[in-house]
Design a protein around this ligand. Structure first.
Ligand SMILES: [Cu+2]
Length: 152
């Protein structure tokens, strides 16, 4: 094998291995979503998010399922996450788990009522290391209803 054919092979590896990933991947919001579940409080009314640490990757579609199994209202609020993502839609689920409302547009925070479930479908656009996840209901942040979000 001479130098020319070696460099041709490298050129082919380069073309097929690297360039396609640099080409636009089409409509990122039409991917199959990665489901991430977060509990807001729990049946014993703990003032916690579970899990408290969330991790996402840019360019992937997520379906963030927010469920409130407690007897009080809770917020899922992170200005940093809201700034870092493109929201495809938000869905509200009825008691039977079926979608009863779909909201289009930018989301800043979501309040979930006792027993309720909401889904936030989004694609992270920028990396971030956020410590601003909180429930904004009076006293809940102070009691520890906070969390962190990393976008890689
Ligand atoms: Cu709360």
């Amino acid at each position: 094998m001479n130098n020319k054919s070696i460099s041709l092979i490298f050129a082919l590896i380069f073309c097929f291995g690297f360039i396609p990933s640099a080409i636009a991947a089409g409509d990122l919001t039409k991917q199959t979503p990665i489901e991430v579940k977060v509990m807001l409080g729990d049946t014993k009314d703990a003032l916690r998010f579970s899990p408290e640490q969330l991790s996402f990757e840019t360019g992937k579609l997520y379906k963030l399922v927010l469920h409130n199994a407690s007897s009080m209202k809770h917020y899922f609020s992170s200005a940093g996450l809201a700034r870092s993502v493109f929201t495809r839609k938000t869905q509200v689920l009825g008691a039977d788990g079926k979608t009863i409302a779909e909201i289009k547009g930018t989301i800043r925070e979501i309040e979930v009522y006792p027993g309720g479930t909401a889904e936030w479908w989004f694609v992270p656009l920028q990396t971030a290391d956020l410590k601003d996840l909180k429930c904004t209901i009076k006293g809940h942040t102070e009691a520890g209803m906070v969390g962190s979000i990393v976008i890689k």
